[in-house]
Design a protein around this ligand. Structure first.
Ligand SMILES: C=CC1=C(C)c2cc3[nH]c(cc4nc(cc5[nH]c(cc1n2)c(C)c5CCC(=O)O)C(CCC(=O)O)=C4C)c(C)c3C=C
Ligand code: FES
Ligand SMILES: [Fe+2]
Length: 431
């Protein structure tokens, strides 16, 4: 059925954008592997270029950073947790969601409020997201003048600014509502999980549908005056990301005496997933996290031994392991006290780095002088340049999203995933 719809939309698209067809076909060839079957090539969704403005640019282009967000003050913790436990894409309680969600959120609030109080009174995610998106847009204006000006936006899943607020800001700034315009949803999770990026995209699709009507094809934006959306959905092994991580690791390694440096063990740490998600749905996240880890070690010339472990388990169910804290304790028990912790699945500081790693894992290890944590990417100029390079490549490729995004998890039964993938992945949406 998806393929049937795809064919119809593709033919409409080809008729509509004859001027861009040559350019689009070229970018399609770049995006897909050169040996990709013709059937796949013809399925790839191409975002039609927005009409040029008087300055000769196709801009303005809205660059929307998607992330989970965090409470900026302790007073926001309850609302943050309420939204988080109400999200069936993150924690599927089924029909009991609206009953169990608030109970767990309320029960958890005092403990989590204390943790945010101890890291300075709130999560720094908003500050870093606004800084990173604004700085990236400045670079993009220089390296991609054809889509300038680039305007930064942030849409958080569980904290302000929420997706609805971001969408209304787009309207205020002249996008959509009959005026068209192009927006790029840029996930700030380098590795794709249906519980993180998938959830943010499902939410974006929901608000797009509510606020801009029923069109089920993002490439129709220019025709009905709604916003033309495309998505940067994953970038786990982008060389710029890898370089930024490697630089921070090298800086931390340099703090150890030279004679001990090569024997320091690198412990990569990523937010864990419940085993139900790993097994049932076949979530891409564990494999993509491993891809980042391998690429960073490759860039370091495999200078040190390393392991990947998983943190932040919530509740009594089994989660993907080994756990970070246990791994640190066990290495120390084996006599390996020089350890560097590397948060590898998030691009700025948050409660899991500032509280869980710094205060719990390192603080309680008894070896805070030899167990260290690398800086999070935060304001790293190498990282912000990488964001701009990723965005520039996406804008010039004119693709709706990565090829991979069109494929649902084998065990997925969610209508939200189905609808949102049909919308964002367009012709690439399958199964
Ligand atoms: C790549 C990162 C993350 C994945 C994957 C992820 C999955 C995931 N998380 C929960 C439950 C909670 N996460 C919480 C906070 C939190 N989670 C991440 C990142 C990922 N989560 C971050 C960065 C944060 C902190 C935000 C901040 O400080 O600003 C919380 C709230 C804190 C707490 O109560 O412990 C919960 C709950 C699940 C169930 C899950 C996978 C399905
Ligand atoms: S849970 Fe992965 S696509 Fe729906
Ligand atoms: Fe989480």
């Amino acid at each position: 059925m998806a393929l049937h719809n795809a064919a119809g939309r593709l033919s409409r698209h080809v008729v509509r954008s004859s001027a861009s067809a040559v350019r689009s076909t070229a970018s399609q060839t770049l995006w897909l592997p050169s040996n990709a079957p013709q059937k796949l090539r013809s399925m790839a969704t191409v975002v039609p270029p927005v009409t040029q403005n008087s300055a000769g640019s196709k801009g303005p282009t809205a660059m929307v950073f998607l992330n989970m967000g965090g409470p900026s003050t302790t007073g926001e913790v309850k609302d943050f947790l309420s939204r988080l436990f109400a999200d069936g894409d993150l924690i599927p309680f089924g029909r009991l969601q609206s009953y169990i969600g608030p109970i767990i959120a309320n029960r958890r609030t005092p403990k989590i409020e204390k943790q945010y109080a101890e890291i300075g009174g709130g999560s720094p995610i908003r500050k870093w997201s606004e800084y990173q998106s604004a700085e990236m847009c400045k670079i993009l204006d220089e390296i991609s003048p054809e889509t300038a000006p680039h305007k930064p936006y942030v849409a958080f899943r569980y904290a302000d600014p929420l997706t609805e607020e971001m969408y209304n800001k787009l309207f205020e700034d002249g996008f959509g509502q009959g005026r068209g315009g192009r927006a790029v949803a840029f996930t700030q999770y380098p590795q794709y999980s249906c519980s993180t990026t998938g959830s943010s995209l499902n939410e974006l699709w929901k608000w797009r549908h509510r606020l801009e009507g029923k069109t089920n094809d993002p490439t129709q934006g220019n025709q009905d005056g709604s916003i033309t959306w495309s998505v940067i959905d994953r970038w786990p092994a982008h060389p710029g990301l890898v370089k930024a991580f490697a630089k921070n690791i090298e800086d931390k390694l340099a703090e150890y005496p030279e004679e001990r440096r090569k024997d320091v063990v690198l412990l990569y740490s990523a937010h864990s997933l419940p085993m139900t998600v790993v097994n049932r749905a076949g979530d891409p996240y564990p494999a993509e996290v491993a891809a980042t880890v391998y690429a960073v070690n490759q860039r370091l010339g495999f200078s040190n031994q390393y392991r990947l472990c998983w943190q932040s388990q919530v509740g009594p169910q089994p989660w993907l392991g080994p756990q970070t804290q246990t791994s640190v304790e066990e290495y120390i028990a084996k006599g390996q006290k020089d350890l560097i912790l590397i948060p590898i699945a998030f691009t700025s500081d948050h409660i899991e780095t500032l509280y869980e790693l710094d205060k719990e894992v390192i603080g309680e290890s008894g070896h805070a002088d030899t167990v260290k944590r690398v800086e999070s990417l935060n304001g790293s100029p190498i990282f912000i340049r990488a964001l701009a390079d990723i965005a520039k490549a996406h804008l010039s490729e004119n693709q709706a999203c990565s090829m991979q995004m069109g494929l649902r998890c084998p065990g997925c039964k969610s209508d939200r995933c189905l609808e949102s993938k049909r919308f964002f992945a367009g012709q690439q949406a399958r199964l």
